[in-house]
Design a protein around this ligand. Structure first.
Ligand code: ADP
Ligand code: ADP
Length: 226
């Protein structure tokens, strides 16, 4: 487990757009942290830069005491879940969950054991042999989270993970995500443009505006007007 330290981070795209602009941020070990703000303010870019999917133009990102901008892909212990879940359609739930372990060359018996244990923890035990197309949106959501968790990531990065769910499933998924995050004490950063979601889930919220943090605090501090 580890916290995240972002120092003087800028991410500039080749077309010159400065999507993240000299940003400082400290996220505590085990914290559930929300990045909130209007479309185009740089939330996804910040998340992708923390994940090492986007190169930092300036500054640094550390997870624990390791500079992630210097890690090789295989050394990163970061799991990212996108809004489209990105489950492999041709693989079963079990194979999807075990995939990160397979890539790392973990023994097949351990892959299976981990897939079963994680799926059961997320009430997916009965669905291990189904393919994503045979699951509801909420079940796909949980399968994507199960895969991230089975990879024993130390940091969970979620990009609008609940935005494709209908209102009822979204509430269910919120409760579930919060419970899971608490149980695993996984440092979690999630991107949302939905204030209610940030309010319901987050320990702290950063409100972004054109590449910078405009407001930072607990939901009470951010949403309570003086
Ligand atoms: P958000 O997630 O808050 O919607 P983004 O991080 O996606 O914001 O985008 C921040 C800014 O960077 C926007 O101006 C967007 O148009 C721009 N941008 C995002 N991705 C790219 C890219 N691959 N190339 C160039 N500009 C990009
Ligand atoms: P989001 O707001 O969820 O980040 P967008 O619709 O802004 O999604 O972006 C979708 C994709 O297009 C992303 O891969 C992003 O990097 C890319 N993109 C966004 N803005 C630009 C841009 N100005 N130039 C090139 N690519 C961009």
């Amino acid at each position: 487990m580890a916290g995240i330290t972002v120092e003087g981070l800028s991410t500039v795209y080749p077309n010159g757009v400065r999507a993240v602009d000299a940003l400082d941020l400290e996220i505590a070990d085990g914290e559930l942290f929300a990045l909130l703000g209007p479309s185009g303010c740089g939330k996804t870019t910040l998340l992708r830069t923390i994940a090492g999917l986007e190169g930092a133009t300036d500054g640094a990102v550390a997870i624990g005491d390791r500079d992630v901008t210097r890690l090789q892909p295989g050394e990163r212990r970061i799991a990212m879940v996108f809004q489209d879940y990105a489950l492999f359609p041709h693989m079963t739930v079990s194979e999807n969950i075990a995939y990160p372990l397979r890539v790392r060359g973990v023994a097949k018996s351990v892959q299976q054991e981990t897939a079963v244990r994680t799926a059961e923890g997320l009430s997916l035990g009965a669905l291990l042999d189904r393919r994503p197309g045979q699951l509801s949106g909420g079940q796909q959501q949980r399968a994507a989270l199960a895969r991230a968790v089975a990879a024993s990531a130390e940091v969970l990065l979620l990009d609008e993970p609940l935005s494709n769910l209908d209102a009822r499933l979204r509430l269910e998924a919120r409760t579930f995500l919060k419970k899971l995050q608490r149980e695993l004490a996984l440092t979690t950063v999630f991107v949302t443009h939905d204030q209610a979601e940030a309010l319901a889930l987050a320990d702290r919220i950063a409100v972004m505006d054109v590449g910078r943090i405009r407001q930072l605090g607990t939901p009470r501090e951010v949403f309570q007007r003086p």
